[in-house]
Structure formats: structure tokens, C-alpha cells
Design a protein around this ligand. Structure first.
Ligand SMILES: O=C(O)C1=C[C@@H](OP(=O)(O)O)[C@@H](O)[C@H](O)C1
Ligand SMILES: C=C(OP(=O)(O)O)C(=O)O
Length: 419
């Protein structure tokens, strides 16, 4: 991957059918549930990217046997019995929020000490709510760096029972607790102390747990255990947003196969936002087609449920004919970077009138000038801003390799749109 990548403008509207790689979020849930299930599970359609390799490494450190068949997008996992497993040493969650926030409660099941750490970027992201929750349910927790941040050590076994956790910073704390819940002696009964963001991800957690034989009732899960299974992972809906956005801004057509009305991923609702802007959307049980109609209106939209697609919308909004206001996403300042600040800074660099709001941003349409975009080690900055280059000449992306976090082949697949 070069240090800087030039995006070639499309010479004709896109007309393509794509199938993005497996969902990061579903892959990492399925890997963890499989690791906690006695017996062997086979996961098909899995994502192979930095975030999921982080989870594969983490569950192997817990003692699971993990066999990769990358060519066939398949992972085979033989699970552990946490009741007879000791601490897992030091686990490197790399840049992955899901790996780290899901692993801490799972590591708290073990009668031993496990340290969870990651990159400098991950060390800057919040962990206080899950560390505090684990203390409430009987785990010993040491904050080895700044309080509320990684690295942190947990020593179980956590006994479970009633636990309180906040919902407004990240839903991953809740998802992680729920997934460890069935292996706790008292099960788990979670109460939220603040409104939940990213709600569809918690529904996804329950759905994946159900596939592995565990029922969550509200936010309560009984003590029990997972069942190993065969599990098919859908394509990644956040990744799909870039291709759907490309159709909308070029007046072309993109069909995403493998994702439709039956999807477990909230981010498929990005297509609804494009529809509100004037694109035409066709949905089947397992496909989504967006057709650009040649005109896009700005929208005023709350993206608290689907915030990984907010940067995609920012790029699309540049080509609308009225302003777009995105609300409800103040919490994305705590993701890979301050995504609100970063997207506004970069659009302004291209001469676009973009404004930072307390809970989101406002984008006024305009003609972007040739620009070298910074990407802040954030895969979604790189993937989103590249869309601008499909319409405007002279767009360059710094550090395009950062897409490896969730979509290593992104720029190859984007270039294939023009062929
Ligand atoms: O549970 C998940 O798989 C995720 C939840 C969301 O995070 P937050 O709950 O922190 O918003 C999302 O942004 C992230 O990419 C994946
Ligand atoms: C926020 C993201 O990832 P995570 O929180 O899992 O690191 C993302 O993929 O956009």
C-alpha cells in the first residue's frame, strides 16, 4: 500500500454488484461465543482483518483452538471450559474496541489474572464503565495505566448477578457483559444507568448468543452455557455503506448481495438515509440496491444507532443540493479518533463549509478542491473520504493502509467499481 493513494474519478456512473467481506461485529461475537462453547464451531463468511485477527489471537490466548481457512473465509474454533481455565497472560487487542471490550468480561470468568492492552490509539479510548461493572460482580480489576483506560488486569472468577453499566459512551460494554453472563454462577442482570447508543449492536449480540444456544431476556441472562454450532456470517453493512454511497453520488447503481431486510446489522439502515435524500432503494431478504436519481437533498438525521456510517454520509452530503445535519453522535469523538472533529476538519480542507456541532455536524454542499486528506489512523476516514474522489479530481488519501482494521481490500474493491 502506498503512503498516499490517488483516487481516480469515475468516468461513468457506477453499475456494480458487490459483496463486502464478513461483518466485523458479527465475526467477533461469533468467535467469542464459539470460544466459550464446549466443542467445535465452524464460522463461515468470517472477516479476516486486523480487528478480527485481534479477537482470534485473544481467544487463542484464553485457550481456544483456532484454525483459519482464509481462502474459504472460514474459522474453526474449539472452545474452552472457563471454570477450569487459568488467567490468559497479556492479550493484545490491537486497535479493536470490540475485542478489548468483549474480552475483559470473558477474561473475568477465569480463575487467574489476564491483562488486556492495545495500541496507543486504543489506550486513549474509554474503558471505565466495563472495569467498574466487573468490580461490581466480583472480579478484581487493576488499572495499570491511567484510571479508566487500558492496560487493565482482571482476575476472576466474576460471580455475576445484578450489575449497573452506562450506555451513553459505548454499547460494547453491555454487549461484552451479556456474552460472558451465561458462564457466571449467578448469571447476569444488567441495568443501564444512562441511555444506550448503538442500540442495534445489542440486538445483534442477543441474536448471535441465541445462535449459540443462549437466550437473553431483556438484559438478563441465566447461568448456563453455550452450544457449539455452525454459523454463517453476513457481509459487513458498514463496509457496504461506501458502495451504496458511491451509487448515490454518481447517479449509478450498486447492489450489495448478502445483506437485506433480514440483516442483523443496524447499518443496513444507511440505505434508508440515502432513500430520504432521494436515491431509489430496492430491498430483498438478502440484497440491497441503491440507484442514484441524479439529485440528492440534504437530510436532518439522528445517527446514534448507525454512527459508523456518519462519515459516509458526510462525504455523500457534499454532493447534495441542500445542507445535511447529523445529530445524536457526540459519542463518536471517542472512537478511533474524534470522528466529528476529524471529518469537519478534512471537509474544510477541501473548501467545503462543514460545521462541528455538540452532537454531530452540518455539511453544506459544495465543489471540493483537489485535496490530500489526512486519515487519523481511522479506517472510516480513509474509506469515506475516498468517495469524494469518485466525483472530484485531485483527491488523495494519506495512509490508505489504515483500512486494514476492518477491510484490507477496500481500495482494490473500490477501484473495481470503475472497471
Ligand atoms: O458492538 C459492536 O460490534 C460495535 C458497536 C459500535 O460501537 P459503540 O457501541 O462503541 O458505538 C460500533 O461503532 C463498532 O464499530 C462496533
Ligand atoms: C468504532 C469502530 O470499531 P471498534 O470500536 O470496534 O474499534 C469502527 O469499526 O468504526
Amino acid at each position: 500500500m502506498p503512503d498516499v493513494l490517488s483516487v481516480e474519478p469515475l468516468t461513468a456512473p457506477v453499475d456494480a454488484t458487490v459483496r463486502p467481506p464478513g461483518s466485523k461485529s458479527i465475526t467477533n461475537r461469533a468467535l467469542l461465543c464459539a470460544a466459550l462453547a464446549p466443542g467445535t464451531s465452524t464460522l463461515t463468511g468470517a472477516l479476516f482483518a486486523d480487528d478480527t485477527r485481534a479477537m482470534m489471537g485473544a481467544i487463542a490466548a484464553l485457550g481456544a483452538t483456532v484454525a483459519l481457512d482464509e481462502e474459504h473465509h472460514t474459522v474453526t474454533v474449539t472452545g474452552i471450559d472457563p471454570a477450569v481455565t487459568g488467567g490468559a497472560g497479556t492479550i493484545d487487542a490491537r486497535q479493536s474496541g470490540t475485542t478489548s471490550r468483549f474480552l475483559l468480561p470473558a477474561a473475568a470468568l477465569l480463575a487467574g489474572r489476564t491483562v488486556v492492552d492495545g495500541t496507543e490509539q486504543l489506550r486513549a479510548r474509554p474503558f471505565g464503565p466495563v472495569l467498574d461493572a466487573l468490580r461490581q460482580i466480583g472480579a478484581e480489576v487493576e488499572e495499570l495505566g491511567a484510571p479508566g483506560f487500558l492496560p487493565a488486569a482482571v482476575h476472576g472468577p466474576a460471580h455475576g448477578g445484578p450489575v449497573q453499566v452506562s450506555g451513553h459512551i459505548s454499547s460494547q460494554f453491555l454487549s461484552g457483559l451479556l456474552m460472558a453472563g451465561p458462564l457466571m454462577a449467578r448469571g447476569l442482570d444488567v441495568s443501564l444507568t444512562s441511555p444506550l447508543v448503538s442500540v442495534p449492536y445489542v440486538e445483534m449480540t442477543k441474536a448471535v448468543m441465541a445462535a449459540f444456544g443462549v437466550t437473553v431476556d431483556g438484559l438478563t441472562v441465566a447461568s448456563g452455557g453455550y452450544r457449539a454450532t455452525g454459523y454463517a456470517i453476513e457481509p459487513d453493512a458498514s463496509a457496504a455503506s461506501y458502495f451504496l454511497g458511491a451509487a448515490a453520488i454518481t447517479g449509478g447503481r450498486v447492489t450489495v448481495s448478502g445483506l437485506g431486510t433480514e440483516s442483523l446489522q443496524g447499518d443496513v439502515r444507511f440505505a434508508d438515509v440515502l432513500e430520504r435524500m432521494g436515491a431509489s432503494v430496492t430491498r430483498t431478504a438478502d440484497s440491497l440496491t441503491v440507484r442514484g436519481t441524479g439529485s440528492l437533498q440534504g437530510v436532518d438525521v439522528d445517527m446514534a444507532d448507525i454512527s459508523d456510517t456518519a462519515q459516509t454520509l458526510a462525504a455523500v452530503a457534499v454532493f447534495a443540493d441542500s445542507p445535511t445535519r447529523v445529530r445524536g453522535i457526540g459519542f463518536i469523538r471517542g472512537k478511533e479518533t474524534d470522528r466529528v472533529g476529524a471529518v469537519v476538519t478534512e471537509l474544510r480542507r477541501a473548501g467545503i463549509d462543514a460545521v462541528e456541532d455538540a452532537d454531530g455536524f452540518t455539511i453544506h454542499p459544495g465543489g471540493p478542491r483537489p485535496t490530500r486528506f489526512a486519515t487519523y489512523e481511522d479506517h472510516r476516514m480513509a474509506m469515506s473520504l475516498s468517495l469524494i474522489g469518485l466525483r472530484a479530481p485531485g483527491i488523495e488519501i494519506v495512509d490508505p493502509g489504515c483500512v486494514a482494521k476492518t477491510y484490507p481490500a477496500y481500495f482494490t474493491d473500490l477501484a473495481a467499481l470503475t472497471r
